[in-house]
Design a protein around this ligand. Structure first.
Ligand code: G6P
Length: 606
């Protein structure tokens, strides 16, 4: 979390690049933001509790200018959102730091710095870094940052400037992402490639322990041993077009409507249904696999829960879906033949990365990332990868990343099912036809938007909601509740419909809307009985029913009819309706849809 961008510009102001980068990094946190540049009279800094747009106006009004600078957008960890805690953080008006990550030994360092006479004006762990660099500074910022970094425990990506070295920025990383960007106008540092897509043509991915020394026209990288190293330069691929809002009001809205295209693009990667689709050289690389362990957080965990059913039913293979932050601290017993599948939109989620590393450390050797970012840490840490083709996802609430993860996982289930001779050629062909037709099926759900808005108008004033599903649609109920709470702040819970009578039924009154997925699957009759239990208690039902379910609207039961039952891929249709529902409830409640309070898109802290 937190986004950092910094740079040294050649013969021009660094400020436009810093602001452009910050706008692109706002998904990482938006509790406050700030920028500092070096000027002849010393460093100048502007910080605000508002968004980057407001920072830009302040910067313009103040005529902030200079060729060297650092900038930050914050997701608060240590200290409330306040100007004093906003970055850049200074030491003695000489050293300024921006930081992403958490310094775990900040208390001990703070005590020793206080003993040395340093005064702390913020509650941040970052201030420790600023003073530490200051205490090591003897005229060479690179040496000071290198020495200070060796005393830090935890995760960090930092960019540091010093008043006495006006054409220099030092970056360092350990655990948190940091890239170097090189372009005709200068050299830059940022939390991700996207932040630099306007200004850099080449990208260097720093490794843990690296310290980068950026000067005008000169770049040097030291590894953790202090040796000068050469890291490869990757050409940046422009994704800017995909990132423009265009005619849409919010990125989330745009991303919901991009799903037919994103799903089609992801499916179009299929050349052959064997392990090479997932980045292996050997088509039979999965032949020893008889168990799948999926790791993820948030929405990515719900895609794992959905896919678990596919692996079991289609491939006849044991599958587990684990919440990464829990798994990483369990005494997990490794099992031969396990394919470990970390799932992540960003590929940078700290818990998922740590869970993957933990699985590897206990002996799991087969790792396959399902990820939307080809250059991310999780992809680099895995043996193999399938890169979903969702394109940049800007809205904090994940939508198209989820549906494309599901496409990837479905393809993996088909691949394993085929390899284990669980599927005939005819069955494979039918599944592939369903995948090919999925974009149109999703479009037909999107066309239900006016009816979904009708439901949203009824739900907007509610305080709570229950989402129910069974089988493959239970994880979709969880995802629907997550979407609703994260963007509309309406308290929502997802439950398996059969579990209702074991507790949540006590909550059902007229004031508690119950929103249910009713696919025309083998559990439909059971689900109908669950609906009766709710109606009998005066509960108000909102049912997403497949066209052929024979459910009829009645007093106390609203129905939106979806297309005919779409088999194994039905969850991808129901979830799109729920995304639209959460989106419209949020709009009607006037929340900040793309940047919900307290959240961030990429969670790079534990
Ligand atoms: C954050 C985001 C969620 C996302 C989760 C996992 O909480 O707000 O939308 O599902 O992180 O992120 P990942 O990038 O690993 O999929």
């Amino acid at each position: 979390m937190c986004g950092i961008v910094a740079g040294v510009a050649l013969q021009r102001s660094i400020v436009p690049a810093l602001l452009d980068g910050l706008k692109r990094l706002e998904y990482r946190g938006y509790d406050s933001c700030g920028v500092a540049v070096l000027q002849a009279g010393g460093p100048r800094c502007i910080r605000t509790l508002a968004r980057v747009e407001a920072l830009e106006s302040d910067v313009r009004a103040a005529n902030l200018d200079g060729s060297t600078g650092i900038a930050h957008t914050r997701w608060a960890t240590h200290g409330v959102p306040a100007i004093a805690n906003a970055h850049p953080i200074f030491s003695h008006d000489q050293i300024a730091v921006v930081h992403n990550g958490i310094i775990e030994n900040h208390e001990a360092l703070r005590e020793s710095l206080v003993e040395q006479g340093y005064e702390f004006v913020s509650q941040t762990d970052t201030e420790v870094i600023a003073h530490l660099v200051h205490s090591h500074y003897e005229g060479d910022l690179l040496a000071a940052v290198f020495d200070a970094a060796r005393m830090l425990q935890g995760a960090y990506a930092i960019a540091v400037i010093c008043k006495d070295e006006p054409q220099r920025v030092i970056g360092a990383r350990q655990g948190s992402p940091l890239v170097v960007g090189l372009g005709p106008d200068g050299a830059f540092l940022a939390s991700d490639t996207f932040a630099l897509s306007t200004y850099a043509s080449g990208i260097i991915y720093l490794e843990d322990g690296d310290v980068a020394d950026l000067r005008s026209g000169n770049l040097r990288i030291l590894n953790s041993a202090g040796e000068t190293v050469v890291r490869g330069v990757n050409q940046i691929t422009e994704q800017g077009g995909d990132s423009e809002l265009g005619a849409y009001r919010h990125y989330m809205q745009k991303e919901i409507f991009e799903q037919p295209l994103a799903v089609a693009r992801t499916f179009s990667m299929v050349r052959s249904l064997d392990a090479t689709l997932f980045g292996t050289v050997d088509p039979n690389a999965f032949s020893g696999v008889d168990n799948v362990l999926m790791l993820g957080c948030g929405t990515s965990h719900y895609s794992a829960l959905t896919a678990r059913g596919w692996f079991e039913t289609i491939a006849g293979i044991r599958a587990h879906a684990e919440i990464a932050s829990e798994y990483r601290y369990r005494d997990y017993v490794p099992q031969r033949g396990t394919l470990v599948v970390p799932i992540s939109q960003s590929g940078e989620t700290a818990d998922t990365l740590a869970a993957l590393r933990y699985a590897q450390s206990v002996g799991e050797a087969l790792t396959l990332a399902i990820c939307n970012v080809a250059t991310s840490a999780i992809v680099r840490q895995s043996n193999w990868a399938f890169i979903t083709q969702a394109g940049p996802e800007i809205g904090v609430a994940s939508t198209k990343a989820f549906t494309t993860q599901l496409v990837a996982l479905f393809l993996l289930a088909l691949t394993l099912g085929r390899q284990r001779a669980r599927l005939s050629a005819g069955q494979v062909a039918k599944h592939l036809r369903d995948l090919a037709a999925l974009p149109d099926a999703i479009r037909s759900v999107l066309a239900r938007e006016p009816q979904i808005i009708g439901w949203a108008q009824e739900l907007r004033r509610k305080e709570h909601a229950l989402f129910l599903g069974r089988g493959l649609h239970y994880p979709i109920a969880l995802e629907a509740a997550l979407k609703m709470k994260e963007i509309s702040y309406l308290h929502a819970e997802g439950y398996p419909a059969g579990e209702l009578k074991h507790g949540p039924l006590a909550l059902v009154t007229e004031a508690m809307p119950v929103i249910v997925s009713a696919p025309n699957d083998c559990l439909l009759d059971k689900l109908k009985a669950n609906l009766q239990e709710i109606s009998a208690r005066g509960g108000k039902l909102y049912v997403l029913a497949d066209a052929n379910t024979r459910l009829q609207a009645a007093e106390g039961m609203r129905i939106i009819r979806l297309p005919d039952y779409y088999g194994f891929l039905s969850p991808l249709l129901h979830v799109v309706a729920y995304q639209l529902l959460a989106y419209h409830v949020a709009c009607l409640r006037g929340t900040d849809v793309d940047k919900p309070r307290n959240l961030a898109k990429s969670v790079t802290v534990e």
